[in-house]
Design a protein around this ligand. Structure first.
Ligand code: SF4
Length: 133
């Protein structure tokens, strides 16, 4: 997606992934994507992309429902705001405030073993099947 940036790397374990924020977000280039092989980039990088609003299944016309569900369903795993460089432009933070940031370190776009809560949060409302988060 045009404008996508990598802003964190995924560390921790398969059962307990933890994002570490990088000092400066970097554009998601073909060279960067090639570096993550053989695993999918979304398994090892946190990637931000411009909000697609009405083109996204999580947007309700006003809010990002994914952000709402993440805050409602996931436990806080950080006590303070992570050193995240995209905060000034982050829709999740704008909408949910610090509560989103306190949950953000456990969020991985592609997980082979997502928790039940993460699977549920990633499932658009009105859909029965869980998505890979
Ligand atoms: S929710 Fe907070 S920590 Fe997560 S990407 Fe947005 S600003 Fe960064």
């Amino acid at each position: 997606m045009a404008g996508s940036m990598a802003f964190g790397v995924v560390r921790g374990t398969a059962e307990g992934p933890r994002v570490e924020w990088i000092e400066r977000p970097v554009p998601l280039t073909a060279d960067l994507l090639a570096l993550t092989g053989p695993v999918p980039p979304t398994q090892v990088l946190r990637i931000a992309a411009p909000c697609q609003e009405d083109a996204c299944c999580h947007f309700d016309g006003k809010d990002c429902r994914l952000a709402t569900r993440l805050v409602q369903l996931l436990p806080a795993v950080a006590q303070s705001l992570p050193p995240c460089r995209i905060r000034p432009d982050c829709r999740w933070f704008f909408q949910e405030g610090a509560a989103a940031c306190h949950r953000c370190p456990q969020i991985v776009t592609y997980s082979v073993n997502p928790t039940a809560e993460l699977s549920l949060a990633a499932t658009p409302e009105g859909h029965g099947a869980a998505l890979s988060a």
